[in-house]
Design a protein around this ligand. Structure first.
Ligand code: C2E
Ligand code: MG
Ligand code: MG
Ligand code: MG
Length: 276
């Protein structure tokens, strides 16, 4: 009896695994087809100087215009892509397309968007193809990579630091994304020596409610400043937060209080309006 139960469970289990694998395959095929058909596109979210409130740059954020499921945010497909190495292709396309779009906007409309940042996933920092992807580009504006904190949990891998040096040699700024949200230790600031860190939304959100929140941000800002590292606050949703973060010394602000991520044509309208 016990043996039979075990066998039944195994059968159920393997059916589930098969379904999961089939699901993943479908997702992978879908994604590869989507990349080929240009269904993935960058949205852009503006970033502002905390004091002058001038546009300082934009961050590219990938979106998938799925023919059946509609517009998908990265949480719906990036984790699966990461498993399957498809993310390298995504990052490459988003990088190239974003550089193209911002170059065109600046050239055709006389805008001056001074900086573009793109998110680069962990696996890509170990992928020599990244250099080839970068070497073909010569953007007429500053280009930065935003690295997720979780990138350097396996801190100490030489290939990772080698890649960072090569990127820096090519003039690419290095920013630590989602700082304070996860696994990074403060020592990452020494090891990675970023140009800028982005304070995670989870530290910004409780700013007006939780005691200690503003002291914590102030502490991060002081450390960063003493190391000549810029500080962007992300996920800034209210004007009140924006003012507080400015007073705490964050030099750049980004969030729904200013603008949501938008497709290229909306960015154009946005810049035209701002210029008029
Ligand atoms: P991230 O780089 O930390 O980007 C910030 C996320 O917060 C974005 O979500 C953005 O839409 C959202 N956000 C911005 N301002 C606010 C705000 O005021 N309030 C709230 N609640 N949310 C705000 P999104 O676009 O869904 O992207 C999620 C993550 O996916 C990104 O986090 C980044 O880690 C990753 N990602 C996005 N595009 C790419 C890409 O092209 N390549 C790779 N490898 N990762 C990407
Ligand atoms: Mg980012
Ligand atoms: Mg972030
Ligand atoms: Mg994030």
């Amino acid at each position: 009896q016990a043996k039979e139960d075990g066998r039944n469970q195994a059968a159920v289990f393997s059916t589930e695994i098969a379904a999961a694998i089939a699901g993943k395959r479908t997702m992978r095929d879908d994604l590869l087809a989507a990349l080929e058909h240009g269904e993935l596109e960058p949205y852009f979210q503006p970033k502002y100087d905390a004091r002058s409130l001038q546009l300082k740059g934009v961050e590219a954020l990938v979106r998938w215009n799925h023919p059946q499921r509609g517009l998908l945010t990265p949480d719906k497909f990036l984790p699966a892509a990461e498993d399957m190495n498809v993310v390298s292709v995504i990052d490459h396309q988003i990088l190239w397309r974003s550089v193209e779009i911002i170059s065109e906007l600046n050239a055709a409309h006389g805008f001056h968007i001074p900086e573009l940042s793109v998110n680069i996933s962990q696996s890509r920092l170990y992928d020599p193809e990244l250099l080839r992807s970068v070497d073909g580009l010569s953007p007429p504006f500053a280009l930065s990579f935003e690295l997720l904190e979780s990138i350097y949990f396996d801190d100490g891998d030489d290939r990772f630091y080698w890649m960072l040096d090569l990127l820096r040699e090519r003039g690419i700024g290095i920013q630590i994304d989602d700082f304070g949200s996860g696994r990074a230790s403060i020592s990452a600031l020494i090891n990675i020596n970023p140009d800028r860190l982005k304070i995670d939304r989870s530290l910004v959100r409780p700013l007006t409610e939780k005691a200690g929140s503003s002291q914590l941000i102030k502490g991060i800002v002081d450390i960063a400043r003493s190391m000549n590292i810029g500080v962007t606050a992300e996920g800034v949703e209210t004007q009140k937060h924006a003012n507080l973060l400015r007073d705490l010394g964050c030099d750049m602000l980004q969030g729904y209080a200013f603008a949501k991520p938008m497709p290229a044509d909306a960015l154009k309208e946005f810049c035209l309006k701002a210029a008029s």
